[in-house]
Every structure is written in structure tokens, then in C-alpha cells.
Write a protein that binds this ligand. Structure first.
Ligand SMILES: Cc1cc2nc3c(=O)[nH]c(=O)nc-3n(C[C@H](O)[C@H](O)[C@H](O)COP(=O)(O)O)c2cc1C
Ligand code: SF4
Ligand code: SF4
Length: 415
């Protein structure tokens, strides 16, 4: 147990004073954002994506924050020109002292050397690291998924091309000295393999964007309508925020697990719905060294971080962790394959003092055990599957599980 809590993390020569980095997006587009991030105690900021040649698809932003579902969705978004991003980097360096500034780039032109040339320009302007956007699903990935033919692969399309991706990453790594971070997409289902290819090609770090494309809830009485304000039609929308957390945790887990399996231990960044202490720690426990946070900075700004940092230090002290590395990957030990689980026998029981016969558990479709003779909730232990759905459904806490013996693993193997 250590009293000296160190929450800094190192990516090669770069030290982030804590694991919190503003993710590329609408809150890293101007110098004032960077100033606010530094004042709020953030360790780094990935600048808003710069695309060359410009424009690609560049609408003014039209977002929806679906508060009830904690889901952010958008399809219209504006990017920076390389000139704007270079200026932001240069001005940002003047107004910040500790904030690590990471420009993020995408090259979409014909010139084979275009990516490398672009990266060199940002290195010369003082970038401490460069992030490659191999993740944006709102570029050619959206176009091809929604029916339009595109010749070239950018963003998520390139990030899921296991042949082209390492070729591009390798060229950029050769062209610059600063570390290269590759931000990858889970679309295509190959994020772990893509991460491996990037590290093999010389990248210093990989990370996951977490964003998936989805179709927003539509009004079935107005199917030609739109959920967006000041926008007709919908397209596949880019999903983010707390709603996406379970998928985002999986992305980080998959990358770290596969990289470890291949004998690699690079810096990994996780993102997707990180909004508080617990969601940040969970990302670290599945394999992240640091987290990118975007949506939460959009809806709450930057100033909530100091409390989370205090909470992180207190949590680490309580748990006996001296540094971030002490709990990174911890969940890997608990996350077993399905056939390695320990599953117990048991049954549900009802506390009739608490039950008010609301009938909710009487209607569970898959339940063979609950009946209600004379309006009294009754559970037949022998037919109870012990699935526990009823416990979650009961609004009065009247149901609980009785735990039996572990079920022998061999009895679950089908012949
Ligand atoms: C409106 C919006 C714009 C974004 N723009 C970029 C971008 O330009 N480049 C990038 O790499 N990621 C971009 N992202 C992805 C975020 O940086 C982040 O990885 C993702 O949204 C998941 O994290 P979150 O749930 O904290 O937002 C954007 C996300 C949102 C919501
Ligand atoms: S545990 Fe499952 S099967 Fe048993 S009573 Fe509850 S819902 Fe029914
Ligand atoms: S859901 Fe709970 S309160 Fe309602 S009938 Fe079942 S046990 Fe009783």
C-alpha cells in the first residue's frame, strides 16, 4: 500500500500528468477551448480533425443529445482545414503550459506522400505527437454504408482495411520523429487486429473511437421527418456518450487482450462514454492507459475534471494502488471465456410482506415458476430456472435469489 499516489501516465517520452485527454471533437477547435482544458486540469487535448484536401464533407454541426438515453448522435459536422489546425496548434502552444497538444489528421488526396507531408507540417509546427484519424464513420464509411459509391477509403473505411492501414501508418512513422497515435474504429469488427498492425508498423499508441453508426429513433407517424433541428432527412448517425460504454469497454479490452497476446505492450487510449470516475477506471481496468473524453465535455464543459481527479486519487488510496498501472488490465483476470464461468444452482424466493401483488413478475414470458393462486405470488422452486429476471423486474424488492452449489462445468457441455 502506497501513500504516494501517482496518476501520471507515460507514452514513450511524453508524460501526461493524468490519464484524461480531451478527445478530438467540437470542444478542441479553438484556443479558448485549449485554455479551458488546461485550466480544468486536463493532461492533453487531441485537436479537432484536420482534413486535406479540404473540404471533404463539411456541414455545420447538427447534434442531438438524447438526455434520457444518455446518447449523443450526429451526422452533420465541421472539420478544420490543415491551415486552421496548424494555427490552433501554434497559438495553443503559446497559451498552454502543461497541456499536451495532439493534432489529428486525415489525408484524402491522390498523392501517395500526402499523409507523410501533412504529418511533417504538424511536426514542424511543434506537435508533440500526431494522431491519425482512422476512425471517423462519417466519411467514406457512411457513404458506402448508405448506398453511395466512393473510390477512396478514409476514416473508418481505411481503419478497417488491414492491408492499406499498416502501409499508410508505416509511411507516416518513417516521415516524422514524434510518436504516432492511431485512433481506430470498431466498425468492421477488426479493431484488435488493426491495432496490432498499427503497432507492428511502428505506431507508438493505438486507441478506439467507440463511435458506431446507427439510425436514430424515428417518429413512425412522420417517417419522412427528422430528429435533427434545422436539418431535413437523417443519415446513419455517429453514436457516442454513456450509452455506448459497454461497447467501448469491449473495444479497449479487445485491443489490449490481442496486443498482450502478441507480446506487445503499447500505450492504449480508450474512449466512449467516459463521464465520471467509475467509467474512467473501468476503461483503465480493461486496458487503457489514458482516456479520451468528448461528449461529456460537450454537455458539461471542462471544469468537472478536478473533482474526478480528487476522486481518482482517493479511490486509488482506498484500493492500495500507487499508480495507474497497478489496476490497468485488472479486469482481464475476471473476464473469462463463457465456458470458464462458475454458475450456481439456486431458485427465486418471494417475501410476501413486501409483495403487493402488482402482477409484474406474473407476466414474465420465459418464467415457468411464478403463479398467483388467489392473487398470492408463488414460486415453484423445482421449475425455477434461477435466471433472476424477476428480481430485476420487481419494483418492491420482494424477490431475491437463493444460492446453491456450483454447477459442474462438465454438465453444461453438450454432446
Ligand atoms: C460531435 C463529435 C465530433 C467528433 N469529432 C471527432 C474528430 O474530429 N476526430 C476524432 O478522432 N474523433 C472525433 N469524435 C470522437 C470522440 O473523440 C470520441 O472518441 C467518441 O465520441 C467517444 O467518446 P465520448 O463518448 O466521450 O464522446 C467526435 C465525437 C463527437 C460526438
Ligand atoms: S428466477 Fe427466473 S425462472 Fe425463477 S422465478 Fe424468477 S423469472 Fe422465474
Ligand atoms: S413484481 Fe414484486 S411486488 Fe409485483 S407481484 Fe411480483 S413479487 Fe409482488
Amino acid at each position: 500500500m502506497s501513500d504516494a499516489i501517482d496518476i501520471s501516465v507515460k507514452m514513450g517520452e511524453i508524460t501526461f500528468k493524468n490519464p484524461f485527454i480531451v478527445g478530438a471533437g467540437p470542444t478542441v477547435k479553438c484556443v479558448d477551448h485549449l485554455r479551458q482544458a488546461e485550466d480544468g486540469g486536463w493532461a492533453g487535448a487531441s485537436l479537432k480533425l484536420a482534413i486535406e484536401p479540404f473540404p471533404y464533407i463539411n456541414w455545420p454541426p447538427r447534434y442531438r443529445w438524447l438526455r434520457k438515453n444518455k446518447l449523443h448522435i450526429f451526422s452533420a459536422e465541421s472539420r478544420l482545414t490543415p491551415g486552421e489546425a496548424l494555427q490552433l496548434l501554434e497559438e495553443g502552444r503559446k497559451v498552454t503550459k502543461e497541456l499536451v497538444l495532439i493534432p489529428t489528421i486525415t489525408y484524402d488526396g491522390e498523392d501517395e506522400e500526402g499523409w507523410a507531408t501533412m504529418a511533417r507540417r504538424f511536426e514542424e509546427a511543434g506537435a508533440q505527437a500526431i494522431e491519425l484519424n482512422m476512425c471517423c464513420p462519417n466519411m467514406s464509411f457512411n457513404l458506402t454504408t448508405s448506398g453511395e459509391r466512393t473510390e477512396k477509403a478514409t476514416g473508418a473505411s481505411l481503419g478497417s482495411d488491414l492491408v492499406e492501414l499498416p502501409r499508410v501508418v508505416g509511411r507516416i512513422v518513417e516521415a516524422v520523429k514524434v510518436p504516432i497515435i492511431v485512433k481506430l474504429t470498431p466498425e468492421g469488427g477488426k479493431i484488435a487486429q488493426a491495432a496490432y498492425q498499427c503497432i507492428k508498423a511502428g505506431a507508438a499508441a493505438v486507441g478506439g473511437v467507440a463511435n458506431r453508426l446507427g439510425i436514430p429513433d424515428i417518429d413512425i407517424r412522420d417517417p419522412m421527418g427528422t430528429i435533427y433541428r434545422l436539418q431535413d432527412h437523417i443519415t446513419l448517425g455517429c453514436l457516442s456518450g454513456p450509452w455506448i460504454r459497454p461497447l467501448a469497454l469491449r473495444d479497449t479490452y479487445e485491443m489490449r487482450f490481442f496486443l498482450n497476446k502478441m507480446g506487445m505492450d503499447p500505450f492504449v487510449l480508450g474512449s466512449g462514454g467516459v463521464s465520471d470516475l467509475s467509467s474512467a477506471v473501468q476503461q483503465i481496468m480493461v486496458g487503457a492507459d489514458a482516456v479520451w473524453i468528448c461528449t461529456e465535455t460537450m454537455v458539461r464543459g471542462f471544469n468537472w475534471l478536478p473533482k474526478v481527479i480528487d476522486g481518482l486519487k482517493a479511490y486509488m488510496k482506498e484500493m492500495g494502488y500507487g499508480k495507474i498501472r497497478d489496476f490497468r488490465d485488472l479486469l482481464h483476470r475476471n473476464l473469462k471465456s463463457a465456458n470458464e464461468l462458475t454458475v450456481y444452482d439456486g431458485y427465486a424466493q418471494v417475501d410476501l410482506e413486501k409483495c403487493n401483488a402488482c402482477e409484474l413478475c406474473w407476466n414474465i414470458g420465459h418464467c415457468p415458476a411464478i403463479t398467483h393462486p388467489d392473487g398470492t405470488t408463488t414460486i415453484d422452486r423445482d421449475s425455477c430456472l434461477a435466471c433472476s429476471t424477476c428480481v430485476d423486474i420487481c419494483p418492491r424488492g420482494a424477490l431475491s435469489m437463493v444460492k446453491g452449489k456450483p454447477i459442474p462445468a462438465e454438465s453444461t457441455v453438450s454432446g
